[in-house]
Write a protein that binds this ligand. Structure first.
Ligand SMILES: Cc1ncc(COP(=O)(O)O)c(C=O)c1O
Length: 363
């Protein structure tokens, strides 16, 4: 059976280094807000060439706290892609603000920048693009619109660690950028973890407060914060992952190149990457005529697949009171109903790629 992903294989590639790092943190006697976190924050900021990295306990908290850092709340609107994972939208609604969705492009499957301006109102307080699947959004157009309307850009970088737009790393041009280090992500921890990065000193300071009960000095709570700190053990292991991130991104790009040249089937539309963008291939999304039929067929051929994401946030049960319908965002809805992700992870055995290609070509 070709697994869709295997965290065990990803872990085993560098097991010794991860175990040394975890033990070092465990034996240190310091578990929260200590030297491992500081060291990882410095290394990740330096990897991205940004001033500040603030380690947090998940990508979802990164989004919630980043939106809060701008004092965005009830009555305010934030532009979000219709085609995203719900966590991007939770970042907005958890602050009582309203997500305003913009449909996806049919080729890159990312937010359509040409539709952003029409969604801006006098209540809009930020634009929140998501570099879905690992591919960078068109940051040139997004930043131009943000500048024209004096809006901050909050990048959701949960899937794109290391990818670039126009040669510039994602997460470095927005006002603040939110990363998830969920275990499957291009830079994955071995539990929940996340971070924000920014070049803005004031925002960085506010994020440090917000992740620590809103407090700078113990028992003096300046803001309504929460407990959202990246712990020492995960930080130590992330420092190991960071030394291998480019190599892992290259591996998935090489696997993607083999899929792109080897798969030849009119019923399976391969992902399109804008020539100005690079991709982490966190996911390898194809569009098929009949999702259910394709998944069943692949399963019969011994290949596991997944769908990202079958229920878009605008029609999620929890947001039913907002009254959005599938028809409101035709491209995002089409993607949700036709997308299937092929197996893709850095520890994937080479021979699995051939099995997947053969299976897809026989569909
Ligand atoms: C696009 C996107 N944003 C945000 C998140 C949330 O990250 P986390 O799972 O670390 O909370 C995820 C991943 O789960 C994601 O894929």
């Amino acid at each position: 059976m070709v697994e869709y992903t295997s965290l065990k294989r990803n872990y085993d590639m560098y097991a010794k280094e991860y175990e040394e790092a975890a033990l070092r943190a465990l034996r240190s006697g310091w578990y929260i807000l200590g030297p491992e976190l500081q060291s990882f924050e410095e290394k990740f900021a330096s990897y991205l060439n940004v001033k500040h990295c603030i380690g947090l306990n998940s990508g979802t908290d990164a989004l919630i706290l980043a939106v809060r850092a701008f004092d965005i709340g009830p009555g305010d609107e934030v532009i979000v892609p219709a085609g995203t994972y719900i966590a991007s939208v939770l970042g907005v609604t958890e602050n009582g603000a309203t997500p305003v969705y913009v449909d996806s492009l049919p080729d890159t499957l990312l937010i359509d920048p040409s539709k952003i301006e029409a969604a801006i109102t006098d209540r809009t307080k930020a634009i929140l693009p998501v570099h879905m699947y690992g591919q960078a959004c068109n940051m040139t157009e997004i930043l131009d619109i943000a500048k024209k309307h004096s809006l901050p850009v909050i990048e959701d970088c949960a899937q794109c660690h290391g990818s670039t737009w126009n040669g510039i790393k994602t997460g470095t041009e927005g006002t603040i950028s939110c990363f998830s280090f969920y275990p499957t992500k291009p830079l994955g921890a071995w539990g929940d973890a996340g971070a924000v990065v920014t070049n803005d000193d004031k925002l960085a300071d506010r994020m440090r407060l917000l992740r620590n009960y809103g407090s700078r000095v113990k028992y003096h709570n300046e803001s309504i914060g929460r407990n959202s700190r990246l712990d020492e053990i995960q930080a130590a292991m992330l420092s190991v992952g960071l030394t291998h991130i480019d190599e892992c991104n290259e591996k998935r790009n090489a696997f993607a190149a083999r899929y792109l040249s080897g798969i030849k089937n009119d019923k399976v539309k391969l992902p399109y990457c804008d020539p100005k963008a690079t991709h982490t291939y966190h996911l390898f999304p194809v569009l098929v005529d009949d999702q259910e039929k394709f998944i069943k067929y692949m399963e019969e051929k011994g290949v596991k697949t997944q769908v990202h994401y079958p229920i878009p946030p605008y029609v999620a049960e929890c947001y039913a009171d907002r009254g959005h319908k599938w028809e409101d965002f035709p491209n995002a809805s089409y993607i949700a109903r036709h997308e299937v992700s092929l197996p893709m992870y850095s520890g994937m055995p080479e021979e699995d790629i051939d099995t997947v290609i053969q299976a897809v070509n026989g569909y």
